[in-house]
Ligand binder design. Sequence first.
Ligand code: P53
Length: 477
Amino acid sequence: NDSGYKLPDGFLWGSAVAAHQLEGAWDVDGKGVSIADVMLAGENHVSRKVTDTVLADGNYPNHRGIDFYHTYAQDFDLFKELGMNAFRTSIAWTRIFPNGDEDEPNEAGLAFYDQMIDAMIEHGLEPVITLSHFEMPLHLVKEYGGWRNRKVIDFFVKYAKTVIARYGDRVKYWLTFNEINNQTSWMNPHHLLQDSGLKDYPEEQAQELMYLASHHELVASALVTKVAHAINPDLEVGCMIAMNPVYPATSNPKDIMMSQRAMQTRYYWGDVHALGEYPTWLLKYFEQKNFNIDITEEDKKILKENTVDFVSFSYYMSWTVSDPENPLYEYDEEKNHGDNPFLAQSDWGWQIDPVGIRYAINWMWDRWHKKMIVVENGFGAFDKLEDGAIHDPYRIDYFKNHIKSVEEAIVLDGLPVFGYMPWSGIDIISASTGEMKKRYGFVYVDLDDFGEGSGKRYKKDSFAWYQNVIKTNGAEL
Ligand code: P53
């Protein structure tokens, strides 16, 4: 069990969550309605329905979360006991600007995060804060059309400036848009709403609107980087990329070309964030499709002058692609994937590929030359509470193999990865399905998909295991 690898001093060992998936208190202290507040519970392969307003009899899991709004101090006690030295969460935009377009922020929301951030620091947890994690104000979706509207840039920058100015004395690391590239699956309305607040659009315009909305988000991200550096040059801003390497399914050169185009398609958001410009192939593609993305000269300047300080990413799985009959190599994320015969899958069909995270770190370094941090990695599984214990060897196994692979990237390949923050430390609501039973934590929370249960916290076997990993700085896995 001894990996023998020694990680650099000061390496961040933590865990990561997002406000809407655990805070609950969805309408407390002046909070506005976010897109997560109108998502009903779904299941594996049953997508979450989105309602127009909050219905009285709907099962909205994010309204409850795990009541972290009221329990964070006790939950941080557990993280401290585990030995974590960092914690990633998001600020719910709707606690600060409930509708998104107000002139003045909501002081009660600002005060809440003041206390939470102070509590993190008291517990020895370095805060890593996401500004937008699938939770934009619903009002901006309904009244402005979400990120397709350029005005939303100003609303977002104002929100970001407010919170960075308020917490910048205690929070050094800021992430702009969580998994901004999930909308590569623009054929899936769930991703368009989650990433970009796109709802009620003509289906044939989905792809173009996705690129337009993404452009506005990329400009907003660059402007926020500029604002953060102006507030304090020591602050660091990162992009956040959902990293799923897309392998060719065979050695057919057409599959190789297709996988290259899949990677170019999924990761151009990283190109713009890290290199400050759009890749040529994509600008050509916009021309060929007659897409009007409205990239102004001023935008180009902003993007070029305000690249990110680091790249943060989530990693859960890899994919394989094959589509030899597709002469244009247009990547369709919903149709082109197949099972990789070399990999096992989780109960939710996510392929388990520890080598892939080392591959991904190398790939990103070669392309972007930015330091990196793992801000999500983990195993969603059914857990069983028996006599106060949860035996989760499958999760330990997943983490053991993935951490080893990250260590190989750091030690053997010499790449700058400065932290590892697995999803989700404590059990929370699943983003894709709205389930509670898809669990990721080292700490079990006694609640079911309908919010029934004591809410009590229990340590899983993986708790003690991760505790020892941190204690030995990754040497014992
Ligand atoms: P859940 C899709 C594919 C990969 C990661 O996911 C994803 C998604 C989300 O739709 O999301 C990230 O809970 C995300 C988290 C999320 C976590 O992965 O669907 O940043 O909010 O909870 C795990 O199992």
